[in-house]
Design a protein around this ligand. Sequence first.
Ligand SMILES: [Zn+2]
Ligand SMILES: [Zn+2]
Length: 118
Amino acid sequence: MMEQTTSETPQKTFTCQLCDLSSPYSYYGQKPPNTRAIVLLEECFVTKDPFSPDKDKFLVLGSTCSLCNTRVCVGSDCSLFYTKRFCMQCVNKHLDQFPHQIQAELAKKKQISKAAVS
Ligand SMILES: [Zn+2]
Ligand SMILES: [Zn+2]
């Protein structure tokens, strides 16, 4: 039986800087290895899908904000993809520069989460 040696690369971990979600990732970039001709729209933190026996399946954990370089997960509370990845802090800061449709969607979401809290 093979022993695990220390030469093995330490596991890399992606941590969302907004919600503290943390998960090991296997690849950062736009084209995950061992996938059939998949090119992502942005550079992402990617991991193999642990729930799928299919080697081609992978999960996008998160990405880097194109404005402030914060690492954010793809959760809708933490980031938004609109031609590029934006963290929610930058979205809120530059909200007037996003199209009205996105502003309306975010406003709707805010109302829903407010209602859930109260
Ligand atoms: Zn997050
Ligand atoms: Zn940002």
